[in-house]
Design a protein around this ligand. Sequence first.
Ligand SMILES: C[S@@+](CC[C@H](N)C(=O)[O-])C[C@H]1O[C@@H](n2cnc3c(N)ncnc32)[C@H](O)[C@@H]1O
Length: 215
Amino acid sequence: MAVPDDYDEVAETYAERLGDELAGKPLDRALLRAFAEQVAAGAPGVVVDVGCGPGHVTAFLAGCGLGVAGLDVSPRMVAVARRREPRLRFSVGSVLDVDAADASWAGAVAFYSLIHLDDTDMRRALAELCRLVRAGGLVLVAVHTEHLEHPGAAVTRVEDLWGHAVELDFRYIPAATLAATAEGAGFEVAAVLEREPHPAVEAPTRRAYVLLRRP
Ligand SMILES: C[S@@+](CC[C@H](N)C(=O)[O-])C[C@H]1O[C@@H](n2cnc3c(N)ncnc32)[C@H](O)[C@@H]1O
């Protein structure tokens, strides 16, 4: 199956399992608040949650006072997000080819949504985000950098996700690799943070958050 089909398959279960996960992730909440504060200090404009899934990060940013929209390649994820957050705007589309004008976004977040892309598509996605964000605009990207039970593995192929048959490759992306790729796509790197998983609520992967600024 392709990535959109796989996320269509798991959309409802994903929302049940992870739709309220920010409650158990204090550092994510703090980072999103800091991101929102910096974006709000600039000119008004939309902040897009790229690969929004069930829309919980979109909703959190809306709660921080930002004008937000969610974008996801999975139609069922978008349907779930619309049902959960009926006052917010969600649309179906891929980060690889977004139907929006250059510099039309105030900012973007991409939490664990670039993790299935190979190197070529990662470069393409970051170039697309750089095209879409206005000068000075920020993009906050979260990725898995390493599986703690399989250190050194570049990818995990998942064929069963919560009882759903899928064929998803979860790629581990070192923070330095992500930062260098983003610089190659035209961004400046504003911040890099790595953290261990919250054992009670997360898969055993180390994570990185990279804050990018379009010059
Ligand atoms: C692991 S989930 C993350 C969802 C949410 N951001 C979160 O933090 O829970 C990955 C999401 O990215 C979406 N996605 C994957 N590839 C994408 C692409 N090329 N463009 C837009 N969304 C994509 C999937 O459909 C899925 O909803």
